[in-house]
Design a protein around this ligand. Sequence first.
Ligand SMILES: [Zn+2]
Length: 109
Amino acid sequence: MGDENTLTDLERSDEDCVLRFDDGESFTLSYVSIRSRCQCAKCKPRQENEQRILELEEEISRLMLEKPKVELVGRYGVRFEWPTGCSSGIHSFSHLRKVCEELGKSLSQ
Ligand SMILES: [Zn+2]
């Protein structure tokens, strides 16, 4: 069995990306979803309750989210470089998998 917390591929489109994991699962995930779960020091406190998450999502959805640059960080995460800022957060593979399960669209049956 592959590891569900190992990202094997990330394919970027204009508004979302496809993430494939070592266990064979793949998901489509929008950039809005990724950013609304950003783990950086600035965004994380804004996810402490439902109300703040809604505000954060609303703010992000108003931004013109352009295709980010993606950089691999070691063997455990990726860093997205957003043209609209907030590029310091590292998204670990296990975190991305959780976001995929919660907000993504599974491409497997
Ligand atoms: Zn952030």
